[in-house]
Design a protein around this ligand. Structure first.
Ligand SMILES: Cc1cc2nc3c(=O)[nH]c(=O)nc-3n(C[C@H](O)[C@H](O)[C@H](O)COP(=O)(O)OP(=O)(O)OC[C@H]3O[C@@H](n4cnc5c(N)ncnc54)[C@H](O)[C@@H]3O)c2cc1C
Length: 472
């Protein structure tokens, strides 16, 4: 028997470590004993929406194993002790897991590896979470790329593996598993927002629907939040309810079916987003400090203003900037936010409110069902002009023109800001220019802008210039 320790790979299909443990590639071995451990050190970084999604995904995974005469072993505790204990209890020939690249996970995995070495239990960690492992795409000098462009070119040119086969009844150990804890057992309340259906079946449906249609117009459509034309696979990729090879294979099929240059370019644009995800994971693996520190150095600390009332208005979606408020309310309602709007709200927090990106990152971490350390950090540091490939600090989004350009008919705003439903798009996009009397007449319950964008733009430039950044 070989134990496969599931972590952020909650699927049976296209799972390299599981396929290895089940004897489906590499040397013949198996059958696999699937294991999941609730680790309080990891749960401390969890949030209600993400743990809800994870529990739902685990329930599906367990049902898949049960349907094949096997089960999921479920434990709660410190993996440093639990993994060797389980390996001993089932008399495992080997313990296998897929590597995880965050700093916390790497420390834990090194300790678990050592505990297995000490117990003389064979073990193997394999690469599964990305197409190309951190350290495998580097500059000619062997360094991790600090800008995306060259990374992206190399990523695109590299061959991609085909999906790994999923274990069936014969490949899985005949074991009885354990009940799953509830959200409350794990110390979480029900999430404020809805959470998408979790599991491989739902993820495959999302992928299929997207590749059947929206992928061909993705390049343009992805910018317009009201169209909702993106794949919505982020939580699946975060939790591994779908494998990256399966996703990529679907995109190559979409490419083959594309009948115009524009459609082909759109498929390529989508593949490039998958490469961005890998780029940020390479950056995180190389520089774990980015979770708390600026990636890019400024000569002096940036003097963020960190006004608590403005931060509260931003979190509540009450800033009086309609596109910002719509995004922040989508986040609360759906535990998700469209990418274009993430960029707008992040720019607004850091450059209009002059609040430290770490506050925004913490709020996203608390609310997003797809929070992923590498991508979330990459996105925030990009917006704050402190990251790799960051916006130069003097490029400051104007939240009104962003709203006008990307939500011209205010459909997205109307969806998430009910107070503005009776107000036409022109007045919404000039909300900052209306008099108080006009605003009160149009939407009495919707606030006036909390700050003046033009003034704050100048203040933010001064703040960055005082820190003497080298971002230009
Ligand atoms: C401030 C900020 C915070 C963000 N936080 C996260 C996060 O916590 N988790 C997360 O997965 N993405 C994050 N993103 C990136 C992006 O917004 C989401 O991946 C995307 O909106 C998810 O929707 P989708 O799956 O429909 O994306 P699609 O457009 O369909 O993209 C497909 C996949 O590519 C990846 N991807 C897309 N855009 C990016 C990007 N800019 N950077 C890295 N990977 C990308 C994601 O895995 C995504 O699921 C953040 C962006 C910003 C600006």
């Amino acid at each position: 028997m070989q134990v496969h320790w599931h972590r952020r790979d909650l699927r049976r299909h296209d799972n390299r470590g599981l396929a290895l443990a089940a004897g489906l590639h590499g040397e013949r071995s198996g059958p696999a004993v699937p294991l999941f451990i609730f680790d309080d050190a990891v749960l401390d970084h969890g949030s209600a929406s993400r743990v809800r999604f994870m529990l739902d995904a685990l329930a599906e995974l367990r049902a898949e194993y049960r349907a094949r005469g096997s089960d999921l072993l479920v434990r709660r505790g410190d993996p440093r002790k639990v993994v060797p204990d389980v390996a001993t209890a089932v008399d495992a020939d080997r313990v296998v897991w897929n590597r995880d690249y965050s700093g916390l996970a790497r420390e834990r995995d090194a300790d678990v590896r050592q505990a297995l070495v000490d117990a003389d239990q064979p073990r193997e960690a394999v690469h599964d979470h990305l197409h190309h492992e951190p350290g495998s795409i580097t500059t000619n000098a062997g360094d991790t790329y600090s800008v995306y462009t060259y990374f992206g070119r190399k990523w695109k040119d590299r061959e991609k593996d085909a999906p790994y086969p999923a274990p069936e009844a014969d490949d899985l150990a005949d074991i009885s598993g354990d009940p799953l804890p509830s959200l409350a057992d794990l110390g979480f309340d029900e999430p404020e927002g809805s959470v998408p259906e979790a599991g491989h079946e739902a993820a495959s449906r999302r992928l299929e629907t997207f590749c059947a249609d929206a992928i061909e117009r993705y390049e343009e459509s992805r910018e317009y939040p009201a169209r909702d034309d993106t794949s919505r696979l982020s939580a699946d990729l975060k939790w591994g309810t779908i494998g990256v090879r399966e996703v990529y294979e679907a995109t190559t099929e979409a490419m083959a079916a594309a009948e115009s240059e524009a459609a082909e370019e759109s498929v390529e644009e989508f593949q490039a987003q998958l490469a961005w995800r890998e780029f940020y994971t390479h950056v995180l693996a190389d520089s774990p400090r980015v979770v708390t520190e600026n990636y890019k150095s400024y000569e002096d600390p940036i003097e963020w203003q960190n006004d608590s009332e403005e931060l509260a208005a931003w979190k509540a979606g009450e800033t009086g900037y309609p596109i910002v408020d719509a995004g922040m309310r989508q986040l609360r309602r759906e535990s998700f936010m469209h990418n274009r709007v993430r960029m707008i709200v992040a720019s607004f927090l850091t450059k209009d409110l002059m609040i430290d990106w770490r506050e925004g990152y913490a709020h996203f971490k608390n609310k997003l069902v797809d929070h992923d350390t590498a991508n979330d950090n990459g996105g925030w540091q990009w917006a704050a002009s402190t990251g790799t490939d960051a916006q130069p600090y003097f490029r400051i989004f104007n939240p009104m023109t962003q709203g006008e350009r990307y939500d011209p008919d205010a459909e997205y705003i109307h969806t998430y800001v009910p107070e503005l439903r009776g107000v036409d798009a022109d007045r919404i996009h000039s909300w900052h220019e209306l008099s108080d009397a006009e605003r009160t007449a149009a939407a009495p319950d919707y606030p006036a802008p909390v700050v003046d964008h033009s003034e704050r733009r100048e203040d933010a430039l001064a703040m960055y210039e005082a820190a003497r950044g080298e971002s230009d």
